[in-house]
Design a binder for this molecule. Structure first.
Ligand code: GRF
Length: 198
Protein backbone atom coordinates (compact mmCIF):
# COMPACT_ATOMS: atom_id res chain seq x y z
CA UNK A 1 0.00 0.00 0.00
CA UNK A 2 1.58 3.26 -1.11
CA UNK A 3 1.13 6.00 1.46
CA UNK A 4 -0.55 8.83 -0.39
CA UNK A 5 -1.17 12.47 0.47
CA UNK A 6 -3.89 14.54 -1.17
CA UNK A 7 -3.26 18.29 -1.31
CA UNK A 8 -6.36 20.50 -1.51
CA UNK A 9 -7.41 24.13 -1.39
CA UNK A 10 -11.20 23.90 -1.56
CA UNK A 11 -14.27 21.73 -1.94
CA UNK A 12 -12.40 18.42 -2.10
CA UNK A 13 -14.78 16.44 -4.30
CA UNK A 14 -11.84 14.70 -6.01
CA UNK A 15 -10.46 13.84 -2.58
CA UNK A 16 -13.87 12.34 -1.80
CA UNK A 17 -13.78 10.31 -5.00
CA UNK A 18 -10.29 8.99 -4.24
CA UNK A 19 -11.40 8.01 -0.73
CA UNK A 20 -14.58 6.29 -1.84
CA UNK A 21 -13.03 4.38 -4.75
CA UNK A 22 -10.07 3.18 -2.72
CA UNK A 23 -7.20 1.65 -4.65
CA UNK A 24 -5.97 -1.73 -3.34
CA UNK A 25 -2.45 -0.36 -3.85
CA UNK A 26 -2.75 3.04 -2.13
CA UNK A 27 -3.93 4.40 1.19
CA UNK A 28 -4.64 8.07 1.79
CA UNK A 29 -2.55 8.72 4.88
CA UNK A 30 -2.64 12.53 4.89
CA UNK A 31 -4.63 15.48 3.56
CA UNK A 32 -2.93 18.86 3.41
CA UNK A 33 -4.85 22.09 2.82
CA UNK A 34 -3.36 25.53 2.33
CA UNK A 35 -6.67 27.08 3.39
CA UNK A 36 -8.37 26.72 6.76
CA UNK A 37 -11.87 26.92 5.19
CA UNK A 38 -11.37 24.17 2.59
CA UNK A 39 -14.48 21.97 2.49
CA UNK A 40 -12.25 18.98 1.80
CA UNK A 41 -10.94 19.11 5.37
CA UNK A 42 -14.36 18.00 6.58
CA UNK A 43 -14.39 15.16 4.03
CA UNK A 44 -11.02 14.00 5.40
CA UNK A 45 -12.23 14.19 9.00
CA UNK A 46 -15.38 12.23 8.23
CA UNK A 47 -13.23 9.50 6.67
CA UNK A 48 -10.89 9.45 9.64
CA UNK A 49 -7.94 10.63 7.56
CA UNK A 50 -5.34 12.82 9.23
CA UNK A 51 -5.70 16.36 7.88
CA UNK A 52 -3.44 19.35 8.41
CA UNK A 53 -3.74 22.98 7.36
CA UNK A 54 -0.51 24.68 6.34
CA UNK A 55 -1.37 28.26 5.48
CA UNK A 56 0.55 29.97 2.70
CA UNK A 57 -0.83 33.50 3.06
CA UNK A 58 1.85 36.05 3.91
CA UNK A 59 4.68 33.53 3.76
CA UNK A 60 7.57 33.05 1.36
CA UNK A 61 6.87 30.22 -1.11
CA UNK A 62 9.98 28.31 -0.02
CA UNK A 63 9.03 28.46 3.67
CA UNK A 64 5.53 27.18 2.95
CA UNK A 65 6.82 24.38 0.74
CA UNK A 66 9.38 23.38 3.37
CA UNK A 67 6.57 22.90 5.89
CA UNK A 68 4.49 20.87 3.42
CA UNK A 69 7.51 18.72 2.62
CA UNK A 70 8.12 18.23 6.35
CA UNK A 71 4.55 16.98 6.82
CA UNK A 72 4.91 14.58 3.85
CA UNK A 73 8.15 13.20 5.31
CA UNK A 74 6.74 12.81 8.82
CA UNK A 75 3.89 10.76 7.38
CA UNK A 76 6.23 8.75 5.13
CA UNK A 77 4.27 9.79 2.04
CA UNK A 78 5.27 8.12 -1.24
CA UNK A 79 2.72 9.57 -3.68
CA UNK A 80 1.16 13.04 -3.77
CA UNK A 81 -2.14 13.86 -5.51
CA UNK A 82 -2.96 17.50 -6.10
CA UNK A 83 -6.73 17.82 -6.10
CA UNK A 84 -7.83 21.39 -6.60
CA UNK A 85 -4.61 22.58 -4.96
CA UNK A 86 -4.36 26.18 -6.08
CA UNK A 87 -0.60 26.56 -5.71
CA UNK A 88 2.08 25.97 -8.31
CA UNK A 89 4.85 23.83 -6.84
CA UNK A 90 8.46 24.82 -7.44
CA UNK A 91 10.95 22.52 -9.15
CA UNK A 92 12.77 22.45 -5.81
CA UNK A 93 9.74 20.91 -4.12
CA UNK A 94 9.18 18.37 -6.90
CA UNK A 95 12.85 17.30 -6.77
CA UNK A 96 13.01 17.24 -2.97
CA UNK A 97 9.91 15.05 -2.68
CA UNK A 98 11.33 12.69 -5.26
CA UNK A 99 8.22 10.50 -5.70
CA UNK A 100 5.35 10.79 -8.14
CA UNK A 101 3.17 13.90 -7.87
CA UNK A 102 -0.12 13.80 -9.80
CA UNK A 103 -2.47 16.60 -10.73
CA UNK A 104 -5.93 16.63 -12.27
CA UNK A 105 -6.80 19.38 -14.71
CA UNK A 106 -10.16 20.09 -16.39
CA UNK A 107 -8.98 20.31 -20.01
CA UNK A 108 -7.24 18.16 -22.59
CA UNK A 109 -3.74 19.45 -21.90
CA UNK A 110 -1.71 21.04 -23.38
CA UNK A 111 -4.82 23.05 -24.32
CA UNK A 112 -6.12 25.50 -21.71
CA UNK A 113 -3.63 25.27 -18.82
CA UNK A 114 -4.11 27.49 -15.77
CA UNK A 115 -7.27 28.70 -14.07
CA UNK A 116 -10.88 28.42 -15.31
CA UNK A 117 -10.00 25.89 -18.00
CA UNK A 118 -13.70 25.17 -18.65
CA UNK A 119 -14.37 28.87 -19.37
CA UNK A 120 -11.27 28.99 -21.58
CA UNK A 121 -12.70 26.10 -23.62
CA UNK A 122 -16.14 27.72 -23.98
CA UNK A 123 -14.61 31.08 -24.93
CA UNK A 124 -12.38 29.39 -27.52
CA UNK A 125 -15.42 27.74 -29.15
CA UNK A 126 -13.96 24.23 -29.09
CA UNK A 127 -16.41 21.32 -29.50
CA UNK A 128 -14.39 19.02 -27.26
CA UNK A 129 -12.47 19.52 -24.08
CA UNK A 130 -11.86 16.98 -21.34
CA UNK A 131 -9.97 15.89 -18.27
CA UNK A 132 -6.26 15.19 -17.85
CA UNK A 133 -4.35 13.51 -15.04
CA UNK A 134 -0.65 14.25 -15.40
CA UNK A 135 2.60 14.07 -13.50
CA UNK A 136 3.67 17.37 -12.02
CA UNK A 137 6.88 19.04 -13.07
CA UNK A 138 8.13 22.56 -12.41
CA UNK A 139 5.83 24.11 -15.05
CA UNK A 140 2.16 25.04 -14.99
CA UNK A 141 0.00 21.98 -15.90
CA UNK A 142 2.90 20.84 -18.09
CA UNK A 143 4.12 17.42 -16.91
CA UNK A 144 3.82 14.05 -18.70
CA UNK A 145 0.24 12.93 -19.31
CA UNK A 146 -1.04 9.77 -17.61
CA UNK A 147 -4.77 9.66 -18.46
CA UNK A 148 -7.10 11.78 -20.57
CA UNK A 149 -10.77 11.57 -21.39
CA UNK A 150 -12.72 13.86 -23.74
CA UNK A 151 -15.89 15.72 -22.77
CA UNK A 152 -18.06 17.43 -25.38
CA UNK A 153 -18.85 21.14 -25.17
CA UNK A 154 -22.53 21.74 -25.95
CA UNK A 155 -23.80 24.90 -27.61
CA UNK A 156 -25.79 25.89 -24.52
CA UNK A 157 -23.08 25.02 -21.99
CA UNK A 158 -22.17 27.54 -19.31
CA UNK A 159 -19.00 27.31 -17.27
CA UNK A 160 -21.13 25.74 -14.51
CA UNK A 161 -22.87 23.06 -16.61
CA UNK A 162 -19.65 22.09 -18.37
CA UNK A 163 -17.73 21.98 -15.07
CA UNK A 164 -20.40 19.72 -13.54
CA UNK A 165 -20.19 17.23 -16.45
CA UNK A 166 -16.40 17.28 -16.31
CA UNK A 167 -16.41 16.66 -12.57
CA UNK A 168 -18.15 13.31 -13.01
CA UNK A 169 -15.33 12.30 -15.37
CA UNK A 170 -12.69 13.63 -12.96
CA UNK A 171 -14.11 11.49 -10.16
CA UNK A 172 -13.77 8.39 -12.32
CA UNK A 173 -10.32 9.21 -13.72
CA UNK A 174 -8.42 10.27 -10.60
CA UNK A 175 -8.91 7.08 -8.55
CA UNK A 176 -7.91 5.06 -11.62
CA UNK A 177 -4.79 7.20 -12.14
CA UNK A 178 -3.75 6.77 -8.52
CA UNK A 179 -4.20 3.01 -8.80
CA UNK A 180 -2.02 2.90 -11.93
CA UNK A 181 0.77 4.84 -10.24
CA UNK A 182 0.54 3.00 -6.92
CA UNK A 183 0.64 -0.39 -8.64
CA UNK A 184 3.50 0.69 -10.93
CA UNK A 185 1.50 -0.26 -14.04
CA UNK A 186 3.21 2.29 -16.24
CA UNK A 187 6.52 3.08 -17.82
CA UNK A 188 7.93 6.51 -18.48
CA UNK A 189 9.81 7.19 -21.72
CA UNK A 190 10.73 10.84 -21.58
CA UNK A 191 7.47 12.74 -21.78
CA UNK A 192 5.50 9.70 -22.86
CA UNK A 193 3.79 7.44 -20.32
CA UNK A 194 3.09 3.89 -21.48
CA UNK A 195 0.34 2.11 -19.54
CA UNK A 196 0.78 -1.58 -18.73
CA UNK A 197 -1.92 -4.02 -17.77
CA UNK A 198 -2.01 -4.14 -13.95
C1 GRF B 1 -11.39 20.33 -10.24
O1 GRF B 1 -12.13 20.78 -11.33
C2 GRF B 1 -9.98 20.02 -10.66
O2 GRF B 1 -9.87 19.51 -11.94
C3 GRF B 1 -9.33 21.37 -10.60
O3 GRF B 1 -9.89 22.00 -9.47
C4 GRF B 1 -11.17 21.42 -9.21
C5 GRF B 1 -11.12 20.89 -7.81
O4 GRF B 1 -12.38 20.44 -7.37
N1 GRF B 1 -7.90 21.25 -10.56
P1 GRF B 1 -12.50 19.63 -6.00
O5 GRF B 1 -11.90 20.53 -4.91
O6 GRF B 1 -11.77 18.34 -6.13
O7 GRF B 1 -13.95 19.45 -5.79
Amino acid sequence: MKRTAVLISGRGSNLGAILSRASPHATVALVVSNRADAGGLEIARRSGVEAVTILHAGRAREDHERDVLGALRRHRIEIVCLAGYMRVLTGGFVDAFGGPILNIHPSLLPAFPGVRAQKQAIDAGVRWTGVTVHFVDAGLDSGPILLQEPVSVNADDTEETLSARMLAVEHRLYPRALDIVASGAYERRGRVIILRAS
